[in-house]
Design a protein around this ligand. Sequence first.
Ligand code: NAD
Length: 290
Amino acid sequence: MRVLDDLSAGRRANLRAVRDDVDFMRGNCADLETARRAARGMDVVYHEAAVPSVARSVADPVLSHRANATATLTMLVAARDRGVRRFIYAGSSSVYGDARQLPKREDMEPRPLSPYAVGKLVGEHYLRIFHGLYGLETLTLRYFNVYGPRQNAASPYSGVISLFVTSLLAGKRPVIYGDGQQSRDFTYVEDVVQANVRALTARGLAGQHVNVATGHRVTLRQLLETLGREIGVPARAESRPPRAGDIRHSLADISAAHRLLGYRPKVDFETGLRRTLEWYRGGRKSGARR
Ligand SMILES: NC(=O)c1ccc[n+]([C@@H]2O[C@H](COP(=O)([O-])OP(=O)(O)OC[C@H]3O[C@@H](n4cnc5c(N)ncnc54)[C@H](O)[C@@H]3O)[C@@H](O)[C@H]2O)c1
């Protein structure tokens, strides 16, 4: 197995448990020569690399386009050139944008609101046409707000659960943009892994896109209250105005992933949150946290 990462956000320490099985390459997957070297001899490519932040893409659309759309196209070309059989892509629920209907279904028209979401959608289209043009077996897994241990909370662009947990554990108030009634279908990382593992052997991959989520939604206020209760601190936040490009509600219909992959989420929100919290707490004590 080979891992290509430029370590712009990732950490090699996260690969410690599998280091004997991994050939690690540091490099940028938007660079074609690097991508070709990484894809050499591979049967399957999982393309997870991105700069996955709506706010950062609003601040710097060109950087976002390069890291998301261009990097995906480059990896696809490298995969085609190296005779890769299957290409699985980390898509995003952000492509639904301000589509009002809930739950979000794959046959709805995408209405992206940010350069990040546009970049993720461009990647999906490239996967679809690379199947039609070159016969690559492709699949987009549209992740909905992934959370869990090891999530990087080091930047204001990080996932909301990692930011809330680290703020509350440090005795600070987390920031809520808007009224806190916006909702998300928070998906525990192990369920995202489950979908990816199933995609390795699923039959009939031909450019589809399927939601990977739980089919339940939680508001940011509810998230804060649950965390406050678990940690034993008041559930108070600092309020800021809503952010441009953020979507209001997110909830997935997950029946397509079940039909294509046999996917069913296994970790409910309370369990996932508790495991996440344990990891951040353990890391604080042992210093193992990033
Ligand atoms: N976390 C979520 O809630 C979420 C939701 C929907 C979709 N996604 C998608 O899932 C994927 C993984 O997201 P994540 O939250 O783990 O993000 P992350 O930032 O933790 O991981 C992205 C990884 O890609 C690497 N990287 C970035 N640009 C690169 C480049 N040009 N070349 C090589 N490596 C590069 C980073 O160093 C990092 O290790 C992304 O494609 C993201 O768009 C994530």
